[in-house]
Ligand binder design. Structure first.
Ligand SMILES: NC(=O)c1ccc[n+]([C@@H]2O[C@H](COP(=O)([O-])OP(=O)(O)OC[C@H]3O[C@@H](n4cnc5c(N)ncnc54)[C@H](O)[C@@H]3O)[C@@H](O)[C@H]2O)c1
Length: 260
């Protein structure tokens, strides 16, 4: 399904990013795996390589909230992949710093906005710049139904809000607005941009939630189960593939029906 794709995945070492990386490789994509620390990233790259011998994988350390890091990231991708530009980008890097509004510190507000929203902006911006540059060098590249697919992992929390997550909800609502704007600006180049809105997914991000709270969350999910990273990866696979070539500017919930 993805044999002609070079996929950049931020937050690729853990949770949803990790599941997306595994599924993309299984479907023939070459990978640029991006995260903050090397241990899990290199382990994952090795695992995927052993299971998918023909896939080319590069790993990159990058703080997505740092514009210098992001610019260097795209340079190092070009060096690792024969000057190619990623034509699938999944922005999965994200953090939480939960606190009710009256106790939320400015520092934790800024931190979450910087990683989740500004980081997604910086990676999308560099990705689009690189894609437009490669289009300029070879106009034929654009003669396809879908030239590139940008996929931003937002959250149902950005749409419905959630107690204790003012910073996170604002960042994810921002990602939706960013996504729809990018879709309008670059759709004419057949560069698509869509957002996935996961519900409650079992990953290291959510593993500290006490069992009592988990039980009550499950009750509020119409499908009566916590989501798995693979549930999100399946949607990310569809959005990366040419099967979704007419989907642009969409926010797609993948939450078992959870709507708070
Ligand atoms: N797990 C959920 O229930 C859930 C629900 C909705 C949305 N999401 C979103 O899905 C995405 C993935 O979350 P997850 O649950 O897999 O979490 P996770 O903590 O398992 O993975 C997030 C990854 O992002 C990386 N990261 C954090 N800050 C970074 C930075 N500045 N630069 C580069 N990498 C950075 C982390 O090192 C980690 O590997 C996030 O954007 C999250 O907000 C998760």
């Amino acid at each position: 399904m993805l044999s002609n794709k070079l996929a950049l995945i931020t937050g690729g070492a853990s949770g949803i990013g990790r599941a997306v990386a595994r599924l993309y490789a299984k479907n023939g994509a070459n990978l640029c795996l991006v995260d903050m620390t090397s241990d899990n990233l290199n382990k994952l790259a090795e695992e995927i390589q052993n299971e998918n011998k023909s896939v080319k994988i590069s790993t990159h350390l990058c703080d997505v909230s740092n514009s210098g890091d992001v610019a260097n990231l795209f340079k190092s991708i070009r060096e690792s992949h024969e000057l190619k530009t990623p034509n699938v980008v999944v922005n999965s890097a994200g953090i939480t710093r939960d606190q009710v509004l009256v106790k939320l510190s400015e520092k934790d507000f800024d931190k979450v906005i910087n990683v989740n929203l500004k980081g997604t902006f910086l990676v999308n911006q560099q990705a689009v710049r690189s894609l437009l540059e490669s289009l300029q060098n070879d106009k034929n590249l654009g003669n396809v139904a879908s030239f590139a697919s940008l996929i931003n992992i937002a959250s149902v929390v950005g749409k419905y809000g959630n107690i204790g997550q003012a910073n996170y909800a604002a960042s994810k609502a921002g990602v939706e607005g960013l996504t729809k704007t990018i879709a309008k600006e670059v759709g004419k180049y057949r560069i698509r941009c869509n957002a996935i809105l996961p519900g409650f997914i079992e990953t290291p991000m959510t593993d500290k939630v006490p069992q009592k709270v988990l039980d009550s969350i499950v009750k509020s999910i119409p499908l009566r189960r916590i989501g798995q990273p693979e549930d999100i990866a399946q949607l990310a696979l569809f959005l990366a593939s040419d099967s979704s070539s007419y989907i642009n500017g969409a926010s797609i919930e993948c939450s078992g029906g959870l709507a708070f």
